[in-house]
Design a protein. Structure first.
Length: 348
């Protein structure tokens, strides 16, 4: 089960209470002990945290709940990962620390920097690495909001990105996003994250080599285990799907492996390449259909299909209905509030 440190919900109870909600009930319904909230040494079920955040937004009728909670958090929630980042030499080094050691905070969260066609711009990607991640727009906005505060901690309170990108439709007025993030906001995007100026990566930080080395050595002991090859392959598949280049040969080359070697190593983990591609496509389709209004032709391209009929056939296999029907049904399902009520009343 994927987990996250208890600090992921710092100030959750305070905010929910201010908004007129019942944090104890919401946490109980999400399977989270109230005593663990805010405690870095406690591990919370990652799916439970997603549920607690999404359900709080529903229960309090607060469309910007994730962004509000982010305003009450900062780099300190990351514990030693944050310390290692802020004692690094440059912003690029700090982001590399996040990419390498985020598993010490949560193995379900990934951060990395990607180059763009314009060499003066780079993209900081933020993603959830769970298999079958449920739609979690509030949690995504919380994560991007905290990421903004971390970047401003490193580069100054007046720093702003070129643009911010969300994988879902806006949850409120689009103008509110620009005001909050200080830059242009794009929605229904393939990836969550920030477009930044490449020159920002070279900015020097308050370097402290002695403290940095000590904390990195400590983090190495926490993240000694490597993620599975199957998980790494899923990540690359997600990145390459829209290009149509998700073949065994192309993916194997990303890992400097012969296709047969990749196939054999995946089999050792109980997976196949075809199965992983299908899982990534299903997860992406579920998210896009539930949280965005992108056209089916656009979705077809995002999933790497040549024809929309292939998307339709896959949706019938995954969901038992057409993509349009699934979108309609998923948006009419009981809300988190209703689900919490059922959980509470049935659980005594």
């Amino acid at each position: 089960m994927s987990v996250v440190r208890g600090t992921a919900l710092v100030n959750y109870r305070r905010l929910v209470t201010q908004l007129g909600g019942d944090p104890a009930r919401l946490l109980r319904a999400a399977g989270i002990r109230a005593a663990d909230v805010g405690d870095y040494d406690a591990f919370l079920p990652f799916r439970g945290v997603l549920h607690a955040i999404e359900s709080a937004a529903t229960a309090t009728a607060t469309t910007d709940f994730g962004r509000r909670l982010a305003a009450l958090q900062g780099i300190e929630v990351l514990g030693p990962v944050g310390v290692a980042a802020r004692t690094a030499a440059t912003v690029a080094d700090a982001l590399e620390i996040f990419g390498t050691y985020m598993a010490a905070y949560s193995p379900a969260i990934g951060i990395h920097v990607e180059p763009l066609d314009d060499p003066q711009r780079s993209f900081v990607v933020f993603e959830f690495l769970l298999e079958h991640t449920p739609p979690a727009p509030q949690s995504t906005e919380l994560s991007l909001g905290v990421s903004l505060r971390v970047l401003r901690f490193l580069m100054g309170s007046d720093w702003s990105a070129v643009s911010v990108h969300f994988p879902h439709d806006p949850l409120g007025p689009a103008a509110d996003y620009r005001a909050y993030f200080g830059c242009t906001a794009h929605f229904a995007e393939r990836k969550a994250g920030f477009t930044i100026r490449t020159s920002d990566l070279g900015r020097p930080l308050h370097r402290d080599d002695i403290a940095h080395r000590a904390i990195v050595e400590y983090l190495n002991t926490l993240t000694a285990h490597e993620s599975s090859l199957a998980q790494s392959v899923r990540t690359v598949i997600r990145q390459l799907l829209p290009t149509g280049a998700t073949t065994m040969e192309v993916i194997a080359a990303q890992f400097n492996l012969h296709p047969k070697t990749l196939q054999r190593r995946l089999a050792d983990e109980g997976a196949t390449f075809t199965m992983l591609v299908d899982q990534v496509r299903k997860d992406a389709a579920e998210r896009y259909l539930h949280t965005t209004g992108i056209s089916l032709s656009h979705l077809t391209r995002e999933l790497g299909y040549a024809e929309q009929s292939a998307l339709t056939r896959s949706c019938h296999r995954w969901f038992g209905c057409s993509p349009a029907t699934y979108r309609k049904q998923s948006r009419s399902r009981p809300s988190y509030r209703d689900a919490d009520h059922k959980l509470d009343t049935s659980g005594g």
